[in-house]
Every structure is written in structure tokens, then in C-alpha cells.
Design a binder for this molecule. Structure first.
Ligand code: NAD
Length: 359
């Protein structure tokens, strides 16, 4: 059966990097006997120019009618002065809310070929970095009541942090299911020594553990986790955590891998339909120059195959092709080491072509 993918090329480098990911998907379809069809969706600055709206309802509907959504990136200086609700990034927030994606999954993986780009000490990097953070995306303190009141003549700001058992259970399940597809180790991160919401979080995670006997569950306090990610990241397989802790830890985790152009992410909700994108933005400074690194988007397409379409070996094949191209020394400008001996500088299109050659 054909899988229909809604494709949001977006702004800046978005169209260039998405093009390479689609060529990779076409090669996967050919090699493994699948059919992928694509529906174009306008979102972001280009949608403002064309429709006067960063995400017209019809475009959201195209995403809701698809089997999954692949996104490049949106935004750029051209739309810096448009009013708040009409900004390109609002299209993305409306898309996430409209799709009901409550789980953001971000891998932190260091490619051995790029180990020198990590800010961590070599002996830590040599132990390997390959884990994934599952972050709750539409609950917690960012979505609680925010208010500023006056008490005894001074302003007091209050942000409410609440989680229901059901909100925790649904993200917990994604954590366990994800761990099941990887190394079967799940670390639940909270602050149960202080917060009630974290104590409930921990209780629900342990209840869920009974349903996943094949996954080893551990608990870690968030402050300790922030230290462990830089002390010994090799200990982690999958981390599951609430919205704000995940926001901070996932940025820390992407930093230790050394290159923003290499990291994909997925956002999932109740159904298998997900939103897949690289973690970087639209990089307007390099748009249209054929120098952008398409690997983050290509790996986002691989995540889509793994998590939305259950195509494990196809996803493995893409990741292995990326690894072989890095082994052969091909580098886009952003991942070219200071001493480029043994490396060949390539553009966006050639990087895509080399990956396809290895598929
Ligand atoms: P950015 O991630 O676009 O760029 C930061 C730096 O990284 C730039 O120097 C850029 O050239 C480089 N870079 C990013 N991706 C690269 C790639 N694939 N290959 C090579 N180099 C790459 O962040 P920014 O400059 O802060 O934001 C630019 C625009 O993107 C803004 O309008 C911002 O709002 C938007 N943005 C969109 C998303 C999204 O669509 N999900 C996410 C973040 C930022």
C-alpha cells in the first residue's frame, strides 16, 4: 500500500534539504519495493507570501490526511516584521497542535567519523554517544496558568506545573515503545525529591513498567541527569521526561554531538502519523548556495520510516549509507574539520547523491 507523505519544504535551505531527503526516499522505495507519494504543503514564510497565512486550514488538512509529514524548516529575515500571530513559526506551532503531537523525540548520536567536533573530552566521546530523548510536548509548566499578581506591594509571578496521570501515561508509553525498538533501557527523569508532579510521574512510569517486562526502567533526578549527559553519555539509551526538563536536556544533548546539521527529530501523538524534521532552522545565511547539510533531514526521513511506517531495515539502510559516506570522507562545509586532510568538501546535492549511491 502506498504511503502518502505531506511534504513541507518551507523557507531558506528547506527546499534544498527536503529535495535530497525525497530522492533518498525514492531510492528506498525502489530498493525495498514500496510506494511513497508526496503531497506538497505550504507553510511558513512562503505560505504568508502566497496565502497571507503561515498555515492555511487547507494546508493543515493536507497534513491530517497524510500518513506522515516531512518538514524542512521555516522562517527568515524577510518575515521578521510581520505581526506575532502571522509569523512563520506560528505555522509550526499550529501544525503541532493541529496534529496533536505530544511527544518530541530527539536522538543524540555522535558519528564516530565526526567525534572531534564534540566539545566533550575524547575519552568520553570514545565510549560512544547514542541515545534518544522523549520529551512531553504539550503539557507541564509551559501550558499551565501563567499570572503575575501584586502581593504586599510587589509583583509576584506564578507559573502552574500540572500533569494528569493520563498525560504521563501516554508519553510514558511512547518512551517504553521507543526503548523497545532500541536498546530496551528507559531512564525516567524527574525531580521527585521536590515536586508532586514528579512523584506522580515516577509512580505512573513504574505502573507502566509492568506492561513492558522486556524494557529495563531506571529513575534519575533531572539535576543528576544534566551532569551525567556530559560525564558519561554512553550510559543512556532512551530518556523520557516532562516538557521543561526535556527542553533543556535535549539542547544539552544536541550540543555534545557537535553538529546541528546532522540531527533529526520526530513528534508523535496518538496515531502513527508523525512530524519529522531536522532540529536546525532555515539557515537563511546559506540558502540557495548548495552548501547546506541535508543529513539531518535525510535522517528525519529515516526516523519516519522506523517510527511511522515500521520499516526498520529501510531506516537502518539509510543510516548505514550516511555512515559509509562519512567513512569515505565526504563532508559538507559545516562538518569539515579544521584540518581537512582525507576529507572531500561537497555541496548539498552531492552529499545527497553520495548517500543514494550507498543505498
Ligand atoms: P539556524 O538553525 O537556521 O542556523 C544557525 C546556524 O547553523 C547558521 O549559521 C546556519 O548556517 C547553520 N546551519 C543550520 N542548519 C544547517 C545545515 N543544515 N547545514 C549547514 N549549516 C546549517 O538558526 P537561526 O539562524 O537562529 O534561525 C534562522 C531562521 O530559522 C529563523 O527565522 C528561525 O526562527 C527559524 N527556525 C526555524 C525552525 C524550524 O523550522 N523548525 C527551527 C529553528 C529556527
Amino acid at each position: 500500500m502506498a504511503q502518502n507523505i505531506a511534504v513541507i519544504r518551507g523557507d531558506g535551505i528547506g527546499p534544498e534539504i527536503v529535495e535530497q531527503a525525497l530522492l533518498v526516499l525514492n531510492r528506498v522505495a525502489e530498493r525495498f519495493g514500496h510506494e511513497f507519494t508526496y503531497t506538497d504543503v505550504d507553510m511558513g514564510g512562503n505560505a504568508i507570501d502566497k496565502w497571507g497565512d503561515p498555515l492555511p486550514q487547507e494546508m493543515l488538512q493536507r497534513c491530517l490526511d497524510s500518513d506522515s509529514v516531512l518538514l524542512g524548516a521555516v522562517g527568515g529575515p524577510k518575515w521578521n516584521d510581520v505581526p506575532g500571530p502571522m509569523r512563520p513559526e506560528k505555522g509550526l506551532l499550529r501544525l503541532r497542535a493541529g496534529m496533536g503531537v505530544y511527544s518530541n523525540n530527539r536522538p543524540a548520536k555522535i558519528w564516530p567519523q565526526l567525534a572531534s567536533a564534540s566539545p566533550l573530552k575524547q575519552e568520553i566521546v570514545d565510549k560512544g554517544i547514542d541515545f534518544l530523548i522523549v520529551r512531553e510536548l504539550i503539557g507541564g509548566i509551559y501550558f499551565g496558568k501563567h499570572e503575575t499578581v501584586t502581593e504586599n506591594g510587589e509583583k509576584v509571578a506564578i507559573d502552574e506545573l500540572r500533569y494528569s496521570e493520563e498525560e504521563i501515561r501516554r508519553i510514558g508509553r511512547i518512551g517504553f515503545e521507543t526503548a523497545r525498538k532500541r536498546g530496551k533501557r528507559l531512564c525516567s527523569v524527574e525531580k521527585s525529591n521536590v515536586l508532586d508532579s514528579s512523584r506522580l510521574w515516577k509512580k505512573v512510569m513504574h505502573e507502566l513498567a509492568a506492561e513492558y517486562p522486556d524494557v529495563a526502567l531506571s529513575d534519575m533526578l533531572v539535576d543528576n541527569c544534566a551532569m551525567q549527559i556530559v560525564r558519561d553519555p554512553s550510559q543512556f539509551d532512551v530518556i523520557v521526561t516532562e516538557n521543561m526538563f526535556g527542553d533543556i536536556l535535549s539542547d544539552e544533548a544536541s550540543m555534545i554531538t557537535g553538529s546541528i546539521g546532522m540531527i533529526p527529530s520526530s513528534s508523535l501523538g496518538q496515531t502513527s502519523r508523525g512530524l519529522y524534521e531536522p532540529i536546525h532552522g532555515s539557515a537563511p545565511d546559506i540558502a540557495g548556495k548548495d552548501v547546506a547539510n541535508p543529513i539531518g533531514t535525510i535522517l528525519a526521513a529515516a526516523m519516519m520510516l522506523r517510527y511511522s511506517f515500521d520499516m526498520e531495515k529501510e531506516a537502518d539502510a539509510i543510516e548505514s549509507a550516511v555512515s559509509q559516506v562519512l567513512d569515505a570522507g565526504y563532508r559538507t562545509r559545516d562538518i569539515l574539520p579544521a584540518d581537512p586532510t582525507g576529507c572531500t568538501l561537497v555541496g548539498c546535492q552531492e552529499m545527497g547523491r553520495r548517500i543514494i549511491e550507498n543505498l
